[in-house]
Design a protein around this ligand. Structure first.
Ligand code: NAD
Length: 234
């Protein structure tokens, strides 16, 4: 029998307990910069060095961070279910925890891409990217990040995964950043939706079970329950 399909949709909150600050934290990196100065195509044109510095810092933090028990629990969910992780995060903590299908809607901090051919994406084998670092075609490399105002190439695939999901688990996202936040609306009316976030979230779906907990407090126990339902006990 085919395994039930679960889509796990994550935001910055799942990585908060790994030491990576969320978008809205008042003490965060984002506080020191304005979005328009570091995370838009206009910022890249105006001051590429500032943009590169900003992402170098984020990359250093991601490399130092470790997946937490919520990332590991999501990876373990694959023992009983077909799991697709759709994440707004640019860190690689889901992959390092062992999840095998991870779709990054907003790019990946440890990758870079060509400014002349967006399909030319490579791993960055260093912590920093510099002006003058070039792709195989000779063009400047940029962070493999979807900036505000840019198209989100993974969106159609994410929407179709959510459409086919038997359950949707949403973790640690304020659902304020569109169009990514809109993918939850592709869930079928029969698909149960569980949200794990310690704060109120304007989720705008009628049938949500909101578990008011941090990711590490809420996710492992939910995963244990769901694995037990599927006949697998941890
Ligand atoms: P957000 O900052 O807007 O929202 C974070 C959410 O996480 C909030 O709802 C908050 O209540 C919740 N949260 C805080 N601590 C939590 C915890 N311990 N456990 C569970 N939930 C917790 O972030 P967002 O919705 O992901 O959107 C902002 C954008 O910022 C995204 O586009 C994302 O790409 C980017 N971002 C990524 C990272 C990362 O890659 N780790 C970090 C910061 C921001």
């Amino acid at each position: 029998m085919a395994k039930e399909r679960i889509v796990v949709f994550t935001g910055a909150g799942i990585s908060a307990e790994s030491g990576l600050r969320t978008f809205r934290d008042s003490d965060g990196l984002w506080e020191e910069y304005r979005i328009e100065e570091v995370a838009t195509p206009e910022a890249w044109i105006a001051d590429p060095e500032r943009v590169l510095r900003f992402y170098d810092l984020r990359r250093e933090q991601v490399i130092k961070a470790e997946p937490n028990t919520a990332h590991h629990a999501i990876a373990a969910l694959e023992k009983g279910y077909h799991v697709d992780v759709v994440t707004q995060n640019i860190d690689d903590l889901h992959e390092r925890a062992g999840s095998s299908r991870v779709l990054h809607l907003h790019g990946e901090i440890r990758k870079v891409r060509s400014t002349s051919d967006p399909a030319l994406i490579t791993e960055l084998n260093s912590t920093s990217l510099r002006l003058g670092d070039r792709c195989a075609l000779g063009s400047q490399l940029r962070p493999h990040i979807v900036w505000f105002g840019e198209e989100v190439p993974g969106l159609p695939l994410a929407a179709s995964l959510v459409e086919r999901a038997d359950r949707l688990l949403v973790i640690g996202t304020s659902l304020q950043v569109y169009p990514a936040a809109g993918i939850i609306h592709y869930a079928s009316p029969e698909c149960p939706v569980v949200l794990i976030d310690p704060n109120a979230v304007d989720i705008r779906l009628g049938r949500v079970l909101h578990i008011l907990a941090t990711a590490t407090a809420g996710v492992p126990s939910l995963v244990d329950r769901w694995l037990a339902e599927s006949g697998i006990s941890e």
